[in-house]
Design a binder for this molecule. Structure first.
Ligand code: SF4
Ligand code: FES
Length: 240
């Protein structure tokens, strides 16, 4: 089949504003959208810029807005977004992140919000020797957030970040915090309270569920945010 990729482009040396450019691509319905982009890059316009690495939904680098929805290009089949011959598929960079070039966005602020939640284990018993044993039930408590690949799709889909509070740390940062807050080997919420219990921490979330809908890893993002909110409340009540 043939499809048209309508790609939002911005080349800082030439463009004062972003513009759309159409590319006609011969492709199989079962190919991935990443294959269509690679066809453009290799055969039609080598200046087209986008990120990709693993091509298997693991690295999170090819998140983009496809027909208005945040998706990984490598996990999106052509037949899922182009139902018939000559269909037009619109591809834009992620929202709420500054565009560097074409589909490439600047993740600096996104990864700053990731780092400030302390995404590492803060052990409870620093002086204890030997293994810190965990039951399967305890391990299960943070299984969901371990799947995050930091693709930023949830952040880009969040209406609170886009329209109300650009300083909101965003869903991905809370998911990363949840990974450790719910880990029985971690000191939990205490050391992260300054960031999470901030007016721009977890509280701006209004349960729109856009993050959960777009997450390519199927993480229950909103549920994790609400669990972190509840954990903060419990922690503060116990500390009073
Ligand atoms: S929670 Fe899902 S959508 Fe958000 S960064 Fe992680 S993998 Fe991507
Ligand atoms: S290229 Fe790695 S997730 Fe798509």
């Amino acid at each position: 089949m043939n499809i048209t990729l309508k790609i939002k482009r911005y080349q800082p040396e030439e463009d004062r504003e972003s513009r759309f450019q159409d590319f006609k691509v011969p492709i199989e319905p079962t190919d991935r959208l990443l294959d269509a982009l690679m066809f453009v890059k290799r055969n039609l316009d080598g200046t087209l810029c986008f990120r990709k690495s693993c091509a298997h939904g693991v690295c999170g680098s090819d998140a983009m807005t496809i027909n208005g929805v945040e998706r990984l290009a490598c996990k999106t089949l052509v037949q899922d977004v182009a139902e018939k011959e000559d269909a037009v598929v619109t591809i834009e960079p992620l929202r709420s992140l500054p565009v560097q070039r074409d589909l490439m966005v600047d993740y600096t602020h996104f990864f700053e919000t990731y780092r400030i939640v302390k995404p590492f284990l803060i052990p409870v018993q620093k002086t204890k020797r030997g293994e810190n044993i965990q039951t399967p039930e305890q391990r299960k408590k943070f299984d969901d957030p371990t799947k995050c690949i930091l693709c930023a799709s949830c952040y880009a889909a969040c209406p609170v970040v886009a329209e109300k509070d650009p300083e909101f740390i965003g869903p991905a940062a809370v998911v990363q915090a949840a990974r450790f807050v719910f880990d029985s080997r971690d000191e939990g919420i205490g050391p992260r309270l300054e960031v999470l219990d901030d007016p721009h921490g977890v509280w701006p979330c209004e349960n729109h569920f856009n993050c959960t809908r777009v997450c390519p890893r199927g993480i229950k993002v909103t549920k994790n945010i609400n669990l972190v909110k509840r954990t903060i409340k419990d922690f503060k009540e116990q500390s009073d």
